[in-house]
Design a binder for this molecule. Structure first.
Ligand code: ADP
Length: 637
């Protein structure tokens, strides 16, 4: 039958055609029908003359055809899934060419089956094509491998395209085999341009660098490499991770310029705050609340004598140093502030137990940084050691307390003294009057009986009584000066002095004194006491004049910021340096009553008057050359 190989005397007949001379490898196979039939690859033959088709068992089975199914088949072309491709292949074959490639055939059930087709023409002796043969290798498995491989590589490239790092792969000679989108972004070199090219041809300067040669060496030894580098050609800081592979290297890189800049700024800021902390000698800290890292400036360790831990310090490290008596309130207060989303500051005073178990008083001031939910994420603050201040404050308080007490005691005893003086002088007058009146009676009634001696004794007794009366009156006045509330009024001091002069006109005339004054102020004062003051000073200048010299008294005033300063200058006997303060004390006199009359109370009264005007009194003098009394009164009191 034509559909059989017939071998006769070395001549092979196929479908009745002599195909002996064909020298193809496949044809060689045809010689062995059994082999063809039993071949696992599908063999198909088609005669050109009548399109007769032969399929071996393997191909028939693969397509699900029986012998009878093939009877109606005119051409094997009809089995192709892609008719156009079939046309193309067959035309090529009919032109005498060979064909090698993947095709798809349709099975009886309508499935598409993948084959690798190796096909060629079969020629007769005169070179005419008499048949076509095709060897169909089942490539279903290979195809499905290819598909999953395709999927896999799609997935890889999806990943490589979507990662935020730049990525490229290169051969060991730096020839680029992959270049992702981010690599394009970072380098501004497109994939089309760079692929299959030498990487360094795009960065000619870097090519020479030892650095990259070293990297290559390391990678070639199979080690991965990570580094950060300023990459000059891109003017960027890059973080690079390179991995060695069989064919070459895979490199991930990322732009860290901003981060680097940020780091530099942080470093500079840190340095700045360390310096500030040093300058103000306050411990400064930054507490990262979320990660609980508490970072202190060096001053913290210096001034409190703590030792810095080698690991990150936390909130607890500070808390454990709190004074046990303060701990609860400090923590409670801090937590309240931290949990209140509107608070941004925390100020607190507490005690710390520092080195050597000493206690330090601290004022802490802090600023709280919150996230958009109002949650405290950071706290920045400073600790000021106020131990010394506290100590001073306390001793100052002590001192103040003592002073106040002393002042109280003093004013109490002053008051008592004044009261005593008042009562004493008041009550003494009555018995004194008795003494003088009986002495007078004695003198009157027994005038004739008393001898001269007795008369003289009575005179001395009278004289003592008179002086005693004067002392009592002075004392009474002195005690009154501080006690009576005088009216404060506008006082014209020119008029006031005129008044004093007219009151003392007799002694002025007697002594031939000259009193000069002009442009004295008009100011608020208690008139009566000030009149008394000037009267005392002028009176003294007249009294303590130099013998044989007419007294000259100059009165002037000077305006100071909040005082009026007056001065009364004379050309009298002057006052020895040692007594310039003593004379203002009550009953202090420098002379005997026989030299100069007086009780020694006048200047004490002057002192009291100036003091009740918020002022002071003092004297400048040169013995034998006169004295100048100065006193001040406040403009407003
Ligand atoms: P008295 O004049 O009654 O003694 P004072 O208190 O007025 O008391 O004066 C005290 C002392 O100061 C006087 O005893 C006198 O020695 C001295 N003294 C006061 N004023 C003058 C003056 N203008 N020149 C010299 N000495 C004076």
């Amino acid at each position: 039958t034509p559909s059989e190989f017939i071998e006769e005397d070395g001549i092979v007949h196929l479908f009745g055609i002599d195909i002996t001379p064909i020298k193809t490898a496949n044809f060689e196979l045809l010689k062995y029908k059994n082999i063809i039939e039993s071949s696992r690859d599908g063999v198909g033959l088609v005669s050109v003359e009548n399109n007769e088709v032969f399929l071996n068992n393997s191909l028939k089975e693969a397509l699900g055809f029986s012998e009878s199914d093939l009877n109606g088949l005119v051409s094997i072309k009809e089995l192709y899934a892609d008719q156009k491709k079939a046309e193309l292949i067959f035309n090529e074959l009919l032109e005498g060419k060979y064909w090698n490639g993947d095709i798809q055939l349709v099975s009886k059930k309508g499935e598409y089956l993948d084959f690798l087709l190796s096909a060629g023409p079969i020629l007769n002796e005169s070179g005419e094509i008499i048949a076509l043969f095709g060897l169909h290798t089942d490539i279903r498995e290979r195809k499905s491998h290819e598909k999953s491989l395709q999927k896999y590589s799609n997935r890889i490239s999806n990943i490589l395209e979507s990662i935020t790092d730049g990525f490229f792969s290169v051969t060991k000679d730096w020839k680029v085999t992959y270049w992702n989108k981010e690599a394009e972004n970072l380098t501004k070199i497109s994939r089309e341009k760079v692929i299959h090219k030498q990487l360094w041809s795009f960065f000619p300067k870097t090519k020479k660098s030892d650095f990259y040669n070293n990297i290559k060496n390391i990678l070639e030894q199979g080690e991965k490499i990570s580094f950060e580098e300023y990459f000059e050609p891109l003017e960027k800081w890059l973080e690079v991770n390179a991995y060695p592979g069989k064919e070459g290297f895979s490199v991930y890189f990322k732009d860290i310029t901003e981060k680097k800049k940020g780091n530099e700024q942080i470093r500079a800021a840190k340095e700045r705050y360390e310096l500030i902390s040093k300058a103000i000698l306050e411990a400064v800290y930054e507490w990262d609340i979320q990660n609980n890292v508490l970072e202190w400036s060096d001053v913290y360790y210096q001034i409190f004598g703590f030792t810095k831990k080698s690991v990150d310090e936390t909130f607890l490290d500070w808390e454990k140093n709190l004074h046990p008596d303060d701990r609860e309130t400090v923590i409670k207060n801090l937590n309240e502030v931290l949990e209140d989303p509107v608070k941004s500051n925390w100020d607190f005073e507490y005690r710390l137990i520092i080195a050597d178990q000493k206690v330090a008083f601290i004022v802490e001031k802090a600023f709280i940084i919150r996230n958009e939910n109002g949650q405290a994420v950071k706290m920045i603050g400073s600790l000021q050691d106020i131990t010394e201040l506290k100590r001073n404050e306390r001793s100052l308080e002590d001192l103040n307390f003592k002073l106040k007490n002393r002042a109280k005691e003093l004013s109490a005893s002053n008051l008592e003294l004044e009261q005593f003086a008042y009562i004493a002088s008041h009550d003494l007058q009555e018995p004194l009057r008795m003494v003088t009146s009986f002495l007078t009676q004695l003198q009157k009634k027994y005038d004739k009986q008393l001898d001269e001696k007795a008369q003289q004794y009575i005179y001395f007794a009278m004289d003592g009584a008179i002086r005693m009366r004067q002392i009592i009156l002075d004392l009474l006045e002195y005690s009154r000066v501080g006690r009576m509330d005088y009216k404060i009024e506008k006082v014209n001091f020119n008029d006031l002095i005129k008044g004093v002069i007219s009151l003392n006109s007799t002694s002025i005339k007697e002594s031939g004194a000259k009193i000069n004054f002009k442009n004295l102020p008009v100011t608020d004062a208690a008139k009566i006491p000030l009149q008394r003051l000037f009267s005392n000073l002028i009176g003294n200048s007249l009294k303590y004049r130099k013998e044989g010299e007419k007294p000259v008294i100059d009165i002037s005033a000077k305006e100071l910021e909040s005082y009026w300063k007056f001065q009364v200058r004379d050309n009298g006997i002057g006052i020895d340096k040692d007594f310039r303060e003593k004379i203002f004390v009550i009953f202090q006199r420098l002379h005997s009553k026989d030299e100069y009359s007086g009780t020694g109370i006048g200047l004490a009264i002057c002192k009291k008057i100036t003091e009740s005007h918020g002022g002071k009194i003092w004297v400048e003098s040169k013995p034998g050359k006169g004295s100048t009394f100065h006193f001040t009164i406040k403009k407003q009191f």
